[in-house]
Design a protein around this ligand. Structure first.
Ligand code: FRU
Length: 476
C-alpha cells in the first residue's frame, strides 16, 4: 500500500498531538513533530510558498543520524509538515549524515546543496526535486566538491551557501584555518557541479571569532554586503558588513547577533518582498536526560527581518506575526515604583511590547512566568547603572537539569528601552530597539507560573506603556 501525502500529514499531526499537555513545548514556533532539530537549512520561496528545511534526527531528541526535515508555509507563520527531504544513503557520501546547506533555483529545478558526511569526511552534494519540492533525488555525481584547500582543517569543510550572479554560481563554505581562526571559503562554478576555488572570502582570529566559522550566509543588504558566521566552539553569531566587488569582500565593521543568547546557525532568505529574513536554531537549555524524556529538542526562532543601519545589522520580528494576536491589554502612562502585578494578563504564549523611560530608577523591567507567590519567576530588566539588558533565570524553574544562568547584552540607550518580546512555553525571544536580540529558554515547573509584573528598584521609572497580546497556536 502506498502512503499518500494526506496519510503522512495525518500521522505527523498525531505525532504533534502527543505533546498537547507539555507546558514547555512552543505553540507558535516551528519545530518538527518530534525528535531532534538543530540548524535551519535551505530556506527558499517557491511559487509563493516558503519552504523551510532543517537538521533533524527522526530517531530521537538527540543529535545523530542527521536528516533534512521539511515544512512549508504560505504566510511565514503557519507551517505544514512535509516528508523528510534527505536521508543518509547507505554507502553514499552522506552515509553518516546530511549536514547543513541551502536551496537554489537551478533554471527551474529546485536544488538542495548540502554537506554529506562519510567516515568523518565532509563533501558537498546536490539533490533535485521534480515534483514541486516533495521528494528529492540525489545527484548521481555526488559529491560535487570533495577536497578542501591545503591551508584549512581537513575535517571541517561544510555548510554550503550558494547564490548566482548572472551566469556564475558562487559558494561560500565553512572551515577553520590550520594556523588558527575561522575562514569563509569562496568557490565559483558555471553549472553547480564543477567548482573552482577563489581566494578566501574572509578569515578570522581565534581570540575574536573562534576556530571554525559554521553556516556562513553572504548577501547584499542596503548598499553593502553582509557575511554572517556561527562560531565554533563558542556558539555565538557574528556579522561583518562591508563591500563585495571583483570577487573580494572588504569588511568595514563587525558585530554580534544575539550576544549571550541561544540563537545559533541562522539562515537567511531574500523573499519576494525584497526582505532579508532570518531564522535561527534555539537550542535546549536542559540536560540530555530531561530532553530524552520530553521526546523533542530544538526549535526554530521566529522569522526576523534584517536591515542595515549605517554599519550595523538591525533585526525586527516580521509583521506577519501580528496575525496570531488575540486578547489585547494596554496600559499607558504608568509610573513604576517597586513591583506591581499586571492585573488580568497572564500566560505562557504571548507577545509583549514595553516602552520604558528610566526616570530615577537604577533597575527597571519585567517579571514573567511568575508563580503567584514568586517561587518561580524570570526577570528581564534594564540595569541602567551598568548599561545592560539582563535576563535573569536564577529562579525560572524549580526543576533540576535546566540551565538557570544570567544573560545580558549592552542596552541600546541609557534613558529608555523599547522591548519587543515573545514568550512561547519555554522559548523566550526579545529584541530591544531593533538592535539587541536575546533568545533563551526557561522551563517553569508549575502550571500557574504565568503571572506578569513590572518592577523598578532604586527609584521610579516612567512613563511606561505596556501592551500584551495572547497569541494563538499555529498547530491545532
Ligand atoms: C551547526 C552545525 C553545522 C553542521 C550541522 C550538523 O550547528 O554544526 O556546521 O552542518 O550543525 O548538524
Amino acid at each position: 500500500m502506498t502512503t499518500t501525502i494526506n496519510d503522512w500529514l495525518e500521522t505527523a499531526a498525531e505525532r504533534r498531538r502527543v505533546f498537547t499537555a507539555d507546558i514547555h513545548r512552543p505553540r507558535y514556533h516551528f519545530l518538527p513533530p518530534d525528535g531532534w532539530t538543530n540548524d535551519p537549512n535551505g530556506v527558499i520561496q517557491w511559487k509563493g510558498e516558503y519552504h523551510l528545511f532543517y537538521q533533524h534526527n527522526p530517531h530521537g531528541p538527540f543529535w545523530g543520524t542527521i536528516h533534512w526535515g521539511h515544512a512549508v508555509s504560505r504566510d511565514l507563520i503557519h507551517w505544514e509538515d512535509r516528508p523528510i527531504a534527505l536521508t543518509p544513503s547507505f554507502d553514499g557520501p552522506d552515509k553518516d549524515g546530511c549536514f547543513s546547506g541551502c536551496a537554489v533555483d537551478d533554471n527551474g529545478t529546485p536544488t538542495l546543496v548540502y554537506t554529506g558526511v562519510a567516515d568523518d569526511r565532509q563533501t558537498q552534494c546536490l539533490a533535485m526535486s521534480r515534483d514541486k519540492l516533495l521528494t528529492w533525488e540525489k545527484y548521481q555525481g555526488n559529491p560535487v566538491l570533495a577536497t578542501p584547500p591545503e591551508d584549512v582543517r581537513p575535517l571541517d569543510f561544510r555548510d554550503p551557501w550558494v547564490w548566482r550572479e548572472g551566469d556564475t554560481w558562487y559558494m561560500v563554505l565553512a572551515s577553520g584555518q590550520l594556523s588558527g581562526g575561522g575562514v569563509a571559503l569562496l568557490y565559483r562554478s558555471s553549472d553547480l557541479r564543477n567548482w573552482n576555488p577563489l581566494p578566501h572570502l574572509l578569515t578570522g582570529e581565534v581570540e575574536m571569532t573562534g576556530e571554525v566559522w559554521e553556516c556562513p550566509n553572504f548577501f547584499p543588504l542596503g548598499d553593502k554586503h553582509v557575511l554572517i558566521i556561527s562560531v565554533w566552539p563558542r556558539h555565538s553569531v557574528h556579522f561583518f558588513v562591508g563591500t563585495f566587488a571583483d570577487e573580494r569582500f572588504v569588511p568595514e565593521s563587525h558585530g554580534v547577533l544575539d550576544p549571550d543568547g541561544s540563537l545559533f546557525a541562522p539562515l537567511t532568505l531574500n523573499d519576494d518582498k525584497g526582505r532579508q529574513l532570518l531564522w535561527g536554531w534555539i537550542d535546549e537549555q536542559r540536560s540530555r536526560e530531561v530532553q530524552q524524556s520530553a521526546g523533542w529538542a530544538g526549535v526554530m526562532s521566529l522569522p526576523r527581518e534584517l536591515s542595515l543601519d549605517k554599519s550595523s545589522v538591525h533585526t525586527a520580528f516580521v509583521p506577519e506575526l501580528q496575525k496570531l494576536r488575540r486578547a489585547h491589554t494596554r496600559l499607558n502612562d504608568l509610573n513604576i515604583a517597586e513591583a506591581v502585578d499586571v492585573e488580568g494578563v497572564k500566560g505562557s504564549a504571548f507577545e509583549l511590547r514595553l516602552a520604558l523611560v528610566r526616570g530615577s530608577a537604577s533597575r527597571s523591567g519585567l517579571i514573567l512566568a511568575r508563580s503567584p507567590s514568586g517561587e518561580e519567576e524570570t526577570q528581564i530588566y534594564a540595569d541602567w547603572e551598568k548599561g545592560e539588558l539582563v535576563i535573569d533565570r536564577t529562579h525560572s524553574s524549580l526543576l533540576s537539569g535546566v540551565e538557570q544562568g544570567i544573560q545580558s547584552g549592552t542596552l541600546p540607550s541609557a534613558e529608555r528601552l523599547y522591548l519587543h518580546l515573545y514568550l512561547d512555553g519555554s522559548v523566550l525571544e526579545l529584541i530591544a530597539d531593533e538592535q539587541l536580540t536575546l533568545s533563551t529558554r526557561i522551563y517553569p515547573s508549575r502550571n500557574d507560573s504565568v503571572g506578569i509584573r513590572l518592577f523598578s528598584s532604586g527609584g521610579v521609572s516612567g512613563p511606561t506603556t505596556l501592551e500584551v497580546w495572547e497569541l494563538a497556536s499555529i498547530w491545532f
